[in-house]
Design a protein around this ligand. Structure first.
Ligand SMILES: Nc1ncnc2c1ncn2[C@@H]1O[C@H](COP(=O)(O)OP(=O)(O)OP(=O)(O)O)[C@@H](O)[C@H]1O
Length: 248
């Protein structure tokens, strides 16, 4: 298959080509559903209290709230990093609460996660950081090659493919981490304070990329403290306060 070259159509093409799995095609309109979820940590801290939430497929949602209110906990429940103390967490029609081992790994392959602190591998180049997960998942070299260029173009880093993370700015490093999260074209993208370490210009660039991915069809959930950024994006907001959720 020829390498895709036109920036916009190529980026969009990798998303459109990612046809839904059989289970996804037969699924409901919700990407995320939380039913009566409580999360109490082992030290007795009640992070979330009997919350209910539905997030539709292709929605873009901000989760805001003060420090320590439970935003990261909410995302961790979605990708199975934490289990609820009570209630049910359903993501892409899988009950995360009941998934273990290989089935949890399969679900995580369908979720792209972006962290505040990038979590790049310092000894690997940008291209290697982005393709590492695909290699581990057994993608062919041809398929990895087909996906790499449009993904790097989407985040504006094609010219930095051979750089190492310490040769990049913070904003560039965060864009590498976005490329890594989306190169497998997951239908769900979770970004936990993705702009927490960035200045306003870089923050806006990151938000533009996330909004573009949403326009391509991905469901995007972003936690942030940045009220100004949230206002500028004009997207739906859920606020976490005292362990409860409030739609704004
Ligand atoms: N592993 C843990 N063990 C015990 N308590 C925890 C753990 N992780 C988080 N907490 C507590 O749960 C509450 C919610 O934490 P969480 O990290 O979800 O908040 P947050 O809204 O993401 O905060 P921030 O905006 O500062 O990142 C806090 O009171 C925190 O101290």
């Amino acid at each position: 298959m020829p390498l895709l070259t036109n920036p916009v159509t190529a980026e969009q093409a990798i998303y459109e080509k990612a046809s839904p799995t059989q289970e996804e095609s037969a699924s409901t309109d919700n990407m995320v559903q939380l039913n009566g979820v409580t999360k109490t940590y082992g030290n007795g801290c009640h992070a979330l209290l009997d919350i209910n939430l539905e997030i539709k497929k292709k929605e873009f949602l901000f989760i805001t709230g003060p420090s320590g209110s439970g935003k990261s906990t909410l995302l961790k429940l979605l990708y199975g990093e934490e289990l609820p103390t009570q209630g049910e967490v359903i993501v892409n029609d899988y009950s995360v609460t009941n998934l273990r081992g290989d089935r949890l790994s399969l679900l995580r392959r369908r979720i792209g996660i972006v962290f505040q602190d990038y979590k790049l591998i310092p000894q690997r180049t940008v291209a290697e950081n982005v393709t590492f997960v695909l290699q581990a998942q057994g993608y062919t070299r041809k398929e990895i090659h087909r996906r790499l260029e449009p993904t790097l173009k989407l985040v504006g880093l094609l010219s930095k493919a051979d750089c190492f993370p310490d040769q990049l700015s913070g904003g560039e490093q965060q864009r590498v981490s976005i490329a890594r999260a989306i190169v497998g074209t997951p239908p769900l993208i979770l970004a936990d304070e993705p702009t927490g370490n960035l200045d306003p210009d870089n923050s806006w660039q990151v938000m533009q990329i996330l909004q573009k991915l949403n326009a391509f069809g991905a469901t995007v959930i972003v936690t942030t403290h940045d009220e100004q950024l949230v206002r500028r994006c004009n997207r739906p907001i859920v606020q976490v306060r005292d362990g409860k959720l409030y739609r704004k």
